[in-house]
Design a protein around this ligand. Sequence first.
Ligand SMILES: [Mg+2]
Ligand SMILES: [Zn+2]
Length: 278
Amino acid sequence: MAGIVVVFDFDKTIIDLDSDNWVVVDELGATDLFNQLLPTMPWNSLMDRMMKELHEQGKTVKDIEGVLKHVPVIPGVVSVVKAAHALGCDLRIVSDANVFFIDTILNHLGIHDCFTEINTNPSYVDEEGKLRILPYHDFHTCSHGCNNHVCPPNMCKGLVIERMQEASLAKEGKKRMIYLGDGPGDFCPSLKLKEHDYVMPRKDFPAWKLINENRHLIKAEIHGWANGEEQQHILLQIIKAITIHEERQFLSVDSKFQTIPINAAHHEALPKALPVRY
Ligand SMILES: [Mg+2]
Ligand SMILES: [Zn+2]
C-alpha cells in the first residue's frame, strides 16, 4: 500500500488556525507592529521580523513553544493521521509555516513520526536565543519561477508537488496522491495533480473557491470537507477505494498470467512494483 502519498497543508488543515497569527497576534500580543509592517514586506520576511520583536520584548523560544502546544487542532486529525499511516500511506507536509512551529506541534500531538517529509520554511534558534525564520525558496537570489499570482515569493507548493511526482516516477512507478489544503497557496499544487489523484479542499476557504472557479483546469477528483469529521471520513474512504481498486487490478493481472502467454511488450507494460506469481 505504499502506492498512496497523502500531502497535508498544515495551517487550517491539521491545526484549526494560522500558526503565525496564533503565536504573534493571538497569544504573544505583537499585534501593533504586525499590522504596521504587514503591508510593507512579504509574509515570510515579516515573520522573521516579528520573532526579532518578540525576542526584544523578552519572549523566549520556550514561551513560543508553550503557546504552540495549546494550539487548537482540527478535531479528529490526530486519529486520521495515525489511521492513514497504519494503512501504509506515505504522509507528507507542504506548508508555508516553518520547521520549528510544525515540529513542535506534531511532536506534541505524538504524530511527528507518521510523516516522511516536511516541506516548509527553515527555522533555527540563533546564538542570542532568537527564533529565525528563513524562506523555503531564497527569493532574494532568484524567483522560484512559478507565475501563479497566488504563490508567495518564498514558496510555490506546486513546484514541491512536481518534484515529488518526478521523484516517485523515477524510483517507484506511478503513485496516487491525495492533497489536502485550504489556502490560496494550495491552488497551484491542485493544478499539478493528475487524473488518478484526489484533491480535498476545505469548503468555503480560498483553495476551494479557486478550485471551483477553475474546475476545467483540475484533473484530480475533487472532494471538499467542511469539518474534522468530514475530513476523516472522506480521506479514509478515498484510501479504501484506491486500495480495493488496486487489489482488483492486481488480481486481474495475476489471472491473465495464467491464461495468456507472456510477450515482452505485455510484460514491459506492467507496473514495476507488481510481484509476478505463477
Ligand atoms: Mg493552510
Ligand atoms: Zn506556484
